[in-house]
Design a protein around this ligand. Structure first.
Ligand SMILES: Cc1cc2nc3c(=O)[nH]c(=O)nc-3n(C[C@H](O)[C@H](O)[C@H](O)COP(=O)(O)OP(=O)(O)OC[C@H]3O[C@@H](n4cnc5c(N)ncnc54)[C@H](O)[C@@H]3O)c2cc1C
Length: 537
């Protein structure tokens, strides 16, 4: 093999996690190459110009807000110098069927006033809720940067890791353990019932438990999804705060790519990996779609586990129970992303004087509304009245649209998860019409302001971005697929059954979301293995 094709490490997939892994390796002096199948890097962190007739509009195609990337990664990779900039979002606007509107602020004093309009008791309960979530975030937050132990393994090193984790939790009291247990096992609706009574407040608070989830608000486990979305901050110290990146989410990937390149990483696009090359049980390189082979003693897969372990490696090279676990990994989704170019900002029927759309613009009338939308999809029909988490990034970053115009990012749910199996173009458009109708209902004139529309369903996400099943996190964030179970039991430590082959996609621990933590943790494990090997020689 030509020496030009020999590397210290090969990364499969140039999504943000693959780029973070490459940037850390290159910074440490390794000769590293990223092989990305698409024409550009970023994966689900993308900014595009989807309308040739309106090239002046740029949309944040799939993911749309930042929160979960730790400062540590931003600093280590010097991302701000490479163009990373995030504007904290403003208040969330939630109009209801009865014409009333709730404004959900970051500021607790303002929120007290706002919640009190719907229920005095709920306004009083808010502080108790924040303390409860804050306490749980203090327990769960540090776990994100921790490699899950191999629970159940009797190997001395694994037993040591399990003890080390237990020791970290020695300070927890019975109450906190109870709270964590409730969080992991209860539905978001039932959890909220313990704090809030008003239908509107409960609907607003339920949203974070449903984002990207194939589950309605009464489904056990949605409590944890809420926590996953509430742990991060955008550097302003406020828990659960979100931000809009300047240049859309593609700019986040571009900053990481720029950092990786500055440290010497090679990034190859249109370079889909067809096979992982394995010799004597060890990964030794990859074969690209065109037949070219690259070699390296370390291969890191940053694409969906079902792509790597079911397509890029022959089943005979992997243990049968591992293959079976990967086959059964749940990555269902009912998410449809709708991006709009609009000529002006919306005007609310129930609050025409309101002009601040720098936060969310939600369609979530009640917990029952959300439940009905999911139940319809569970029974094979796209929601009649969908849920939508809307953001208008141009209120904070005008560079994405011509002056006065805006782009609207609508993260919506649910269509049947089976829609990932084949295209449903007409039903998808009809569903998108209904989402727009919901906004029209609360903001008359919204429909007429639309200049262009892009609709991306589960099938398009799987085919276009390698998001198998259309799941936004690669693997569902269900309790059976978290921590030591993510992506599958026995391999949550970023290693795989093949020596030299590591994994760091969003399906591994601390994914999903644009956070880079799986890659960060994976690189730490690679370093540990190298140290161990050096220690032995
Ligand atoms: C609609 C939507 C909205 C979301 N909203 C948010 C949000 O607002 N905030 C947030 O934090 N997160 C959000 N997420 C989740 C987040 O975007 C993902 O969890 C994250 O971007 C995944 O990053 P990754 O690097 O692990 O994988 P990906 O971004 O999926 O990257 C994997 C890469 O592997 C490549 N690949 C696949 N097959 C091959 C092959 N054979 N050879 C080489 N390369 C290959 C793919 O092309 C892709 O580029 C959203 C996701 C979606 C889909």
């Amino acid at each position: 093999m030509a020496s030009a094709n020999r590397y210290d490490a090969i990364v499969i997939g140039g999504g943000h996690n693959g780029l973070v892994a490459a940037a850390y390796l290159a910074k440490a002096g390794a000769r590293v190459v990223v092989c990305e199948a698409r024409h550009k890097t970023g994966g689900a962190a993308a900014t595009d110009q989807p309308w040739p007739e309106h090239p002046e509009f740029k949309v944040t195609t799939l993911s749309y807000v930042m929160s979960l990337m730790p400062d540590r990664i931003i600093r280590d990779l010097d991302l701000e110098r490479h163009g990373y900039r995030v504007h904290p979002v403003g208040p969330y606007v939630v109009p209801f069927d009865d014409g009333r509107v709730m404004i959900d602020w970051e500021d607790n004093a303002k929120n007290y006033e706002e919640f009190a309009k719907f229920s005095k008791a709920d306004a009083e309960a808010l502080e108790r809720w924040d303390q409860w979530i804050g306490g749980l975030a203090a327990v769960l937050g540090p776990l994100l940067m921790t490699t899950p132990p191999q629970v159940g393994s009797k190997r001395p090193s694994d037993l040591f890791e399990q003890l080390r984790l237990a020791w970290r939790f020695r300070g927890l009291d019975v109450r906190t353990v109870g709270d964590v247990t409730r969080l992991m096992t209860m539905s978001i609706a039932d959890l909220l019932d313990r704090f809030f009574v008003s239908e509107q407040v409960r609907a607003v608070m339920a949203i974070n438990g449903l984002i990207g989830t194939w589950a309605g608000p009464y489904e056990p486990g949605t409590g944890y999804v809420m926590a996953h979305h509430s742990i991060g901050d955008v550097g302003d110290g406020t828990l659960g705060s979100w931000g809009v990146p300047e240049g859309g989410m593609g700019a986040v990937a571009a900053a990481i790519e720029s950092s990786a390149r500055a440290s010497g990483a090679e990034i190859r696009t249109n370079a889909g990996v067809e096979r992982v090359l394995i010799r004597d049980g060890r990964a030794v390189g990859v074969a690209l779609a065109g037949g070219e082979e690259l070699s390296a003693p370390i291969v890191i897969t940053a694409c969906h586990p079902k792509i790597t372990f079911l397509r890029q490696i022959a089943p005979g090279d992997l243990p049968g129970d591992f293959v079976r676990d990967v086959e059964l990994l749940s990555s269902r989704s009912g998410v449809v992303k709708i991006n709009l170019a609009v000529s002006r900002l919306p005007k609310l029927a129930g609050m025409p004087e309101w002009t601040d759309y720098s936060g969310g613009f939600e369609i979530a009338h009640s917990v029952d509304y959300l439940e009905t939308a999911f139940e319809e999809a569970r029974h094979g029909r796209a929601a009649t009245r969908p849920f939508s988490d809307g953001v208008i990034p141009t209120t904070l970053d005008p560079s994405l649209a011509p002056e006065g115009a805006h782009v609207v990012s609508l993260f919506t749910q649910w269509v049947p998860h089976t829609w990932s199996d084949e295209p449903h173009p007409d039903e998808l458009e009809a569903y998108a019409d209904r989402v727009v109708d919901e906004y029209e209902r609360v903001a008359p004139g919204f429909k007429a302001s639309i200049v262009a529309r892009q609709v991306i369903g589960p099938f398009e996400m799987e085919q276009g971005w390698g998001l198998i099943g259309g799941n936004i996190f690669h693997a569902e964030l269900s309790a059976d697929q978290l921590f030591h179970m993510r992506p599958v039991p026995g391999y949550a430590d970023y290693r795989t059954p093949i020596a030299g082959l590591y994994q760091c996609s969003s399906a591994t621990h601390a994914g999903g979301g644009v956070c880079g933590i799986p890659a960060y943790n994976c690189i730490r494990e690679i370093r540990r293995d190298r140290k161990r090997r050096r220690g032995r020689s």
